[in-house]
Design a binder for this molecule. Structure first.
Ligand code: FAD
Length: 502
């Protein structure tokens, strides 16, 4: 009998497990995969380590929000991190324009560096940055402060990202550059709220980091801490069903028939999958229908490339490249023209950093492109159903197209490639367990913000939610959500004071 049973060992599940075990709760985490960590998982190809879902992290400089959280987790001292280029951690390249526009770290530095490319827009860039800071300040938990954004009277939730950015400048190129990293939240022009843009870009503008040799070190360090605190973590343990008494959950049933009993349950998995674990009649159908009708963010195709030794100069920044007129149309790409945009991430590795060992190219891909193979499943590394030749051919064709697009950046890239492998929306669907392989959970909609507003407490008295399906995604967002979930047990004032003051 555990105090808390957590389903899923993504960063959200691990964060809840760590905080609650540290504060004396008997915790158990159930993970369906062999590897712990969800999107923190890494894999190795050609003796080279690749990240799967965390390519860079913000807010980790001393005193910043994630720094304080990681310090409280007691993992900061052992983390191997590398700071990205201060004067351009992200670079944006637009169609028919050879310039790599930099997003710099530090609010003033961001304004200074970008103004160099848009001298007459300096004041507008300053106003945009001031507004980013103001919006972030209105979300107290983001600043690790007590309090809630006022959902009803705050106008921020309804503001559209594209419209707000446009309101700062009439310069269309600058509008695009300011939104240039919108793949970090899979921006959709008519829906994405400005607050999501602000919270996401601000954390990287505060400071931007890569995990050296992969983000898997975060899950490893967190696992060690949870075990040290007396917590249990079980891999190969897929939860399939909650067992109830009249109203409360008594236990969770695993795929192998094992039963894990607990007083409280936290779900870190896809919301719709959580609903599927609850039998009819145990949760109001209006709530279930609301969850099941929510639109997900788009998925992606990722190409992981290993380079021949000493052929590609290491870059210490990420690149967002668009071959379309308006980057806000990237998620609505025309299949016949795919890929029209890419994000490039160059992992940090121990040792010689003059040359890059590897690189990941990411392009949006809709789940409907998986129609032919959607009924094949590789739900755990132990269950690897073949998707057939046609799937391999599809991946090969798409990989070649991505490399073709990247020749706009490096015309000789083909001759430098040693090997590559690709992942599709099905990879993410099966390894992370997200419906449709979505990148960042539920799509937030500024036209109806409360519809996609998910609280940690559910209508079942001892079932709580955490992870990216709550209100904010990414490492920082999921940490904030986990604090919210754990505050239900520990009280927010106690927990925040521990995080802020140790
Ligand atoms: C391609 C990609 C790139 C990204 N890049 C970045 C980035 O650079 N920086 C950043 O901050 N964020 C990035 N993100 C977002 C970030 O990775 C996620 O927001 C965050 O990691 C999600 O954490 P989570 O706690 O919601 O759990 P998830 O990572 O979604 O993990 C859920 C876990 O639950 C397990 N699970 C599912 N079903 C069951 C079950 N029935 N029983 C037991 N276990 C189950 C899964 O196997 C998985 O381990 C990226 C995401 C993707 C997909």
């Amino acid at each position: 009998m555990y105090d808390i049973v957590i389903i899923g060992s993504g960063f959200g599940g691990l964060s809840c497990g760590l905080m609650l075990s540290k504060e004396g709760y008997k915790v158990c985490i159930l993970e369906k995969n062999r590897q712990i960590g969800g999107s923190l998982q890494i894999f190795s190809k050609d003796k080279t380590i690749f990240d799967t879902g965390i390519h860079y992290i913000g807010g980790l400089a001393e005193g910043q929000n994630l720094y304080k959280v990681f310090k409280y987790f007691n993992i900061l001292d052992d983390l191997k991190l590398k700071q990205l280029d201060v004067d351009g951690f992200d670079r944006i390249r637009l169609k028919d324009d050879p310039v790599f526009y930099p997003h710099a770290q530090g609010h003033d530095n961001f304004v200074r560096v970008l103004s160099h490319y848009f001298p007459s827009e300096k004041q507008n860039i300053r106003s945009y940055m001031d507004y980013i800071i103001k919006v972030c300040d209105s979300f107290p938990l983001y600043r690790l402060q007590e309090g809630e954004i006022d959902l009803f009277s705050s106008g921020y939730l309804n503001q559209n990202a594209l419209e707000v950015i446009k309101s700062f400048t009439n310069n269309v190129k600058l509008q695009q550059v300011l939104a240039g990293s919108n793949a970090i939240y899979a921006g959709v022009p008519e829906k994405t709220p400005f607050y999501l843009h602000a919270l996401s870009v601000n954390s990287y503008i505060e400071s931007s980091w890569k995990c050296v040799d992969g983000s898997g070190q975060i899950s490893k360090l967190m696992t060690d801490q949870i075990k040290k605190n007396g917590g249990d973590i079980f891999n190969y343990s897929e939860a399939v069903k909650f067992n109830f008494d009249e109203k409360k959950i008594l236990s969770v049933e695993l795929e192998n028939g094992e039963i894990i009993e607990g007083k409280n349950f936290i779900s870190n998995i896809d919301l719709k999958k959580t609903m599927a674990m609850i039998e009819e009649g145990k949760i109001r159908s209006i709530y279930r229908n609301r969850i099941n009708s929510m639109e997900n963010t788009i998925s992606a195709f990722l190409l992981n490339i290993v380079f021949k030794p000493d052929t590609v100069k290491m870059v210490n920044h990420n690149l967002y490249y668009y071959k379309i007129d308006d980057l806000w149309d990237a998620t609505k790409y025309d299949k016949s023209k795919w890929p029209e945009s890419i994000a490039m991430f160059c992992p940090a590795v121990t040792g010689n950093n003059d040359y890059a060992k590897n690189m990941t190219l990411m392009a949006y891909m809709r789940y409907d492109e998986m129609e032919l193979w959607k009924d094949t499943f590789r739900t755990t590394p132990r269950n690897k159903e073949s998707r057939g030749e046609s799937y391999e051919e599809f991946k090969e064709e798409k990989s070649r197209k991505l490399i073709d697009l990247y020749t706009d950046i490096d015309p000789d890239v083909r001759s430098k490639i040693k090997s590559y492998s690709a992942s599709t929306p099905l990879t993410y669907r099966d390894y992370i367990g997200s419906t449709d392989g979505n990148l960042y959970g539920i799509l937030k909609d500024c036209n109806d913000p409360l519809k996609t507003f998910i609280t940690a407490k559910t209508k079942i008295p001892n079932l709580y939610l955490t992870g990216q399906n709550m209100n904010f995604h990414g490492v920082l967002g999921v940490a904030v959500n986990a604090i919210k979930t754990c505050s239900e047990f520990l009280g927010s004032s106690y927990l925040l004071s521990k995080i802020n003051h140790g």
